[in-house]
Write a protein that binds this ligand. Sequence first.
Ligand code: FUL
Length: 693
Amino acid sequence: MKNRFVFYSCVLGMALLCSCANAPAPFGPVPSKSQLEWQKMERYAFIHFSINTFTDQEWGNGGESAELFNPEQLDCRQWARVCKEAGMKGIIITAKHHAGFCLWPSAYTEYSVKNSPWKDGKGDVIKELAEACKEYDLKLGIYLSPWDRNRADYGQPSYIEYFRNQLTELLTGYGPIFEVWFDGANGGDGYYGGAWENRHIDRATYYDWPNTIALIRKLQPNAVIWNEVGPDVRWCGNEQGTGNRTNWSRYSYADHVPGQPNNRSLSQGEPDGTDFVVSEINVSSRPGWFYHEIEDSKVKSLPHLLDIYYNSVGCNGTWLLNFPIMPNGLIHENDAAAAKRLNQELNEIFKEDLALGAIASASVERGPLYNASMANDCNPRTYWAAPDTVTQAQITLSFSKPIAINRILLQEHIELGQRISKFSVDAHIDGAWVRIANETTIGYKRILRFETCNARAVRVNIEQSRACPTIESIGLYCAPQVLVEPAIMRNKNGQITIKSTDAESLVYYTTDGSNPTVSSNLYTAPFVITGKVTVKAMAYDNVLKKSGPVATENFDVARAAWKVIYPQTRDNELMFDGNPGTNFMQYGVGHPAYFAIDLGKTLNLCGFRYLPDQANYLVRGIVNHYEFYTSMDGKNWSLASKGQFSNIKNNPLWQTVTFAPVRARFVKLVGLDDTNGWQDFGCAEFDVVTGKK
Ligand code: FUL
């Protein structure tokens, strides 16, 4: 018995030895154990909750009273339940956002829950969340804003000591932390202990990041760090949930200057980057990061969330999805339902891996331990690999009869580094090979969507690889059809157009605020409504008898009679043509740029709305500080509002500013500076908010 044991142990040992000896050498930077564990989490949640939740703002200015913080029904177990039901693996909370308000009773500041009426100042949100995460088997992550608009000493060396003390409290008092998140927004207007001024720091030196990073490594060695200077996780370059098809988990932080993000390389990664860095796609479940009641109807729909999934996890990234907390301390039911529905749909899509029943073969093989069947054996430890000198290969999966598929999932054995830079996929349909995809990178995970086809075989052609390629997994799936909500637009003359991306589905709509059903108006052509109106629309598949999610748009008074009185440029009406893809632009006029509009008649104004340029890269003219004036005659102007648009650079949403009602026929929006620090002034869309007559 003993001899047999020794014999089998030796055989196993030799096999393992051979397999190791024969494994491809690592290529380029490879993930650390923590990065690997973390990337496998794939989806986890963000929680945005702070003092500004109670003032309906995206950024608190640091001067709001701690007395405002009173989430009477706060229930971190509800947050954890929502995240669990959404299939997420962890939660990162804004322990301190830019306003400086602390959700835990920090010993180093008075600006925290301890001076709020919530639980008579005895509460600790981070503690409650840590306990809830433990109960629901979720990991806990911490967002600590380096920028602090409350602290009097922000900008001085003493603040760094304060910042590190807070970090130490958070990293030692609440159990294991899986990710530490340092927001890149830094410096600007703020309360600063009563100074109310504009402060800027040198982002390259002020925080002395190497020592802060060393502190985190000491206190939480398994945590990954998200920061503009690295080291582990990088921002994907936008806050809209747009990952990139080409996505290298490599980046050279040493080549980048803090505060000057190169959004394109953040989004694509750098093929020759010296560090292993994965992109994390951070996006909110609704337009803003913080809760605003007005956005309750703007929670992302299932098709939108699915798109983000394919663009993040399906494009070699991770997905950090935000839930804003309401002033009562709970996640809104719409956000909770959307995330749960997403998880159900993902479970449905990926419930059966059709590749498991296929016979796998490869054009080249490294040896028996790395043959093609290792790619569809459902075992993450085994993988197919090509011989050392080979950089092109094909892997084919064949079936005994045609199967319906519309998704392919590919994984490289990322422990050995990311290698593949170009590949294509063919399906064998009705006796011939048909190309269904031409792509670039794979990385940890890549999922491709294509039209449903009945394939007898599927072939992955690795066309270029930077070292001998590895494939850990090939999966094939057949996802059910999902209807997308239609887009609703109104042009200057009040003409409303509703567009569905699915040409075969019908569109039903309402204009009375009710949800559309199949008995509502059937959309056949654009129609005109010049007054205030709420339009709701949904796509309906008449064959499957299935309706899609409802889209809602609220339009204020029509803009048909509007005339731009300044500036007299050709593109000056693009700001109210109803098309967010076209912009009015004024470049560096040398003084604060502005536009002035004659509204055609006197209106009761109580606000305005500004939508900046919606392009992803190299955007100019996003207004930072503004002034808004009204007038009865277009000559004598009164200031109705002035301020700074919060977080408009990274999240260029509609900005709605409200003010005390005023009667006016003329309006003027002045852009004092833009987010690049220049005086360019761009506007994709502009609108006013009117009150009762
Ligand atoms: C941004 C911040 O300024 C937002 O408020 C939000 O926290 C987001 C996740 O990051 O840069």
